[in-house]
Design a protein around this ligand. Structure first.
Ligand code: PEP
Ligand code: MG
Length: 762
């Protein structure tokens, strides 16, 4: 360990110092270093903690106790944790450390300052609270003695029973874990709130500030309707100001807690922030945004006219904050409907019920589109609305897929939405929780959560994973947002959405001799996505739309009526029988390859036998494609293809990707679009997992990339399982990339650690 002093001041700290000052310390230091008014603070470094352990001989004692703990034995674990904590609290802090802490405290203020003392964990990949007792916070600490004891208590918090258990399970060496302690002036805000440094939906240079009386908790938790200010950075003036009636505030209570009290009458309708304070806050917001390179979600507080910036995070947290705001603020809000939360975000607007796609002309900007189920011909209307509610469907239905990409909140499978809601009725849709409320509820700016760019957790550099994390795209307008996630490529580009939005079936283009128009639409749409992902593979899937999705379009009248379109004429089976339709797609691919887009790979959907792959390849060869030198692969979405995967590998597929939306429905006989059986749709059904496991193993044996592009790949739990079972890549929805990348990274690290430990044990 390098020779780091016992104390580091915020001004000396950079984000690289995380191993000395922990995550909290590093992020505060980073903010101070760019000139943000962070409350004064210093950090008792991890090195000071280590010196304390060594000089008191505690390192040996702790090692002895922890060496023999059976972490599965609860009582023994609790006892050991208590023993170690008592040892840490009782030990005499070496005088050098004690003197340094005391001197730093004096330096903060001449009179005893009230401070907050917080533990700050030093390993970067720690899960939030469970690892190092990071939750340990001592508020209202005043005087040297109280401070020294709070520091020692923070150190002891490293040895909570849960923390020890977690470390044992994750393979961390007990003798090497560290903890830092942040000592910071406590800001008892007289007014406080949050700020979005740019508009969270449009990205316009509009700073949105919300503020209320007392501690910021009131605004963050949604306990109060705050004042709302919009500062236009282009004109450097306040563009909009809404002064709310602020009935309650949260203030400190005793030495630790807080309490909610009524705001006195005089302040209830008073403007919280002066215009000058709004402008100054906006300026600080801009500094943070410029530094981090991405719009920020900032918490601030003001005491006796001094502004403090308390926290700054990428704006991706907006979705969560709103969800929290909703539940906090609207316990009394009336829930009208429940369904599945298919696309995150919250929106309020007027209901417009669409019973027939032909009526979408009635849909206006900002409406709430309520319909039985959306169709591709409704996509133009879906682009306009603030949220979407459907009677039918599950997480993988048309409405869910398109809404996620548009970043439009959606609740699907409400069963009775079109009957219960009335045209013109004002409702609020929570696309995370799957709820529709009566009226306008929720205090925070309404936002299409998906519209914000999902960044790396913590806003730092993107995490590098050995398992590629790719993204799914269906509509070209989502390409830029998809690329901004930093994804390693596109694991599924559904091209049916490129043409179905034109409201004409492929058959119509052919029947009306508009083949060139069709090829051009495909070419242009795919090119937008390829351009957004230079040098990264983009797997373009050939057409796969069930016949019912074509029905309402021009040419739809010629589509066969099928009892069960999900088992019908779709995917590669239709293309093989409709060479004209297939050839036009291949023509678009050929032109793109010729134009130098070598990163385009082609994926065939709904294959059930290797002969289909071989036939498709031969047809492409016949149309002049150098099939041995382009990337051709298959989706595994029918159990037959999972069972016969080795035959496909022998037939020369270059990759395979699990289409779990279909694989699940075909394995356990649960219609993916049927809300009546939605609760039986089990992505982790043992039979499904067994098919996936078998296919991954075979692909590995042949050195062929094995991926997933179904909705299950956007679930972190499934991602962990897939990484554990050797998947090569995961392709997730835009809104899920950050969490999937994090889950993948943690799983990979755990696997490496476990392997290293097993090796050591041998
Ligand atoms: C799937 O089946 O998992 C898949 C990705 O394809 P689609 O949802 O388009 O059927
Ligand atoms: Mg499918």
């Amino acid at each position: 360990m390098k020779d780091v002093p016992n104390i580091l001041w915020l001004e000396e700290i950079r984000k690289e110092d995380i191993s000395s000052v922990g995550g909290k310390g590093a992020s505060l230091g980073e903010m101070a270093s760019i000139g943000l008014p962070v409350p004064p603070a210093f950090v008792v470094t991890a090195q000071a903690f280590r010196r304390f352990l060594v000089e008191t001989g505690l390192d040996q004692k702790i090692f002895k106790v922890s060496e023999n703990i059976d972490v599965e034995n609860n009582a023994a674990l609790e006892k050991a944790a208590e023993t170690i904590k008592a040892l840490v609290i009782k030990a005499k802090m070496p005088s050098a450390i004690k003197d340094d802490v005391k001197a730093s405290y004096k330096k903060m203020a001449t009179k005893d300052l009230i401070v907050a003392v917080r533990s700050s964990a030093t390993a970067e990949d720690l899960p939030d609270a469970s690892f190092a007792g990071q939750q340990e916070t001592y508020l209202n600490i005043r005087g040297e003695a109280a401070l020294l004891s709070a520091v020692q208590n923070c150190w002891a918090s490293l040895y909570g029973a849960r923390a020890i258990y977690y470390r044992a399970k994750q393979g961390f060496e007990e003798s090497t874990v560290n903890i830092a302690v942040v000592v910071q002036q406590l800001v008892h805000s007289e007014k406080a709130g949050v700020m979005f440094t740019s508009h969270p939906i449009s990205g316009e240079p509009l700073t949105i500030i919300e503020g209320s009386w007392g501690l910021g908790e009131a605004v963050v938790s949604g306990s109060v309707s705050p004042d709302h200010y919009i500062f236009d950075q282009r004109t450097e003036s306040i563009g909009e100001k809404t002064i709310a009636n602020k009935k309650v505030e949260i203030i400190p209570d005793g030495s630790h807690g807080t309490k909610m009290v009524a705001v006195d009458a005089a302040r209830q309708d008073a403007q919280v922030l002066s215009d000058a304070e709004v402008a100054k806050l906006a300026m600080y917001g801009k500094i943070a945004e410029n530094h981090y390179g991405i719009p920020q979600d900032v918490e601030w507080g003001i005491v006796t006219g001094t502004i403090y910036i308390l926290q700054s995070r990428p704006i991706t947290t907006i979705g969560k904050k709103e969800a929290k705001g909703m539940s906090g603020q609207n316990k009394d809000a009336k829930i009208l409907l429940k369904g599945q939360g298919a696309a995150p975000g919250i929106a309020t607007g007027k209901v417009v019920i669409i019973r027939d796609a032909k009526d979408t002309g009635a849909v206006k900007e900002g409406d709430i589109l309520v319909t039985r189920m959306t169709n591709p011909d409704m996509v133009p209307a879906m682009r306009k609305v603030a949220a979407i509610v459907t009677d039918e469907g599950g997480m993988t239905c048309h409405a869910a897929i398109v809404s996620r990409e548009l970043g439009t909140p959606a609740v699907v499978g409400t069963k009775t939405g079109t009957q219960q809601l009335k045209n013109g009725q004002l409702v609020t849709v929570d696309g995370e929780m799957g709820l529709v409320y009566e009226g306008a509820v929720g205090g925070m700016a309404q936002a299409k959560a998906g519209a914000a760019v999902p960044a790396a957790p913590g806003g730092g550099a993107p995490i590098i994973t050995a398992t590629s994390v790719k993204v799914n795209v269906s509509i070209p307008e989502a390409a830029a947002r998809a690329a901004a996630t930093g994804a390693d490529g596109v694991g599924l580009l559904r091209i049916e959405h490129l043409i179905l939005g034109l409201n004409k079936t492929p058959g119509w283009f052919i029947a009306n001799h508009k083949e060139e128009e069709f090829v051009k639409e495909l070419y242009d749409g795919i090119k937008i996505v390829l351009d957004a992902f230079p040098g990264k593979t983009v797997w373009v899937r050939t057409l796969d739309a069930p016949t019912d999705e074509f029905r309402n379009m021009q040419g739809g009248e010629s589509e066969p009526l099928e009892h069960n379109p999900m088992l019908g004429w779709r995917g590669i089976r239709r293309d093989l029988q409709s060479p004209d339709q297939f050839r036009l797609q291949v023509e678009a691919f050929k032109r793109l390859w010729k134009a130098g887009y070598e990163h385009l790979g082609v994926m065939f959907p709904m294959v059930s036998h290797p002969d289909q792959f071989i036939k498709a390849k031969e047809m492409m060869r016949g149309w002049g494609v150098d099939v041995e030198n382009v990337t051709l692969g298959i989706m595994i979405e029918i159990p037959a293809s999972a069972i016969m995967i080795e035959d496909f590998l022998r037939a020369g597929i270059k990759f395979a990707s699990f289409g779990t939306n279909d694989l699940i429905q075909y394995t356990i006989a649960i219609d993916r679009n049927n809300e009546n059986v939605a609760d039986m749709y089990q992505p982790q059904h043992p039979a499904v997992l067994s098919l996936i496991h078998n296919s991954i193993q075979q692909c590995r044996a042949y050195g062929v990339e094995c991926s997933i592009c179904g909705q299950a790949g956007s679930d972190p739990k499934m991602a962990i399982w897939l990484v554990e079972h050797g998947i090569t890549s995961i392709s997730a929805n835009i809104d899920a990339i950050a969490k999937i990348r994090e889950a993948v990274a943690k799983t990979e690290k755990r696997i490496i650690l476990e392997a290293a430990r097993n090796r050591d044990a041998e």
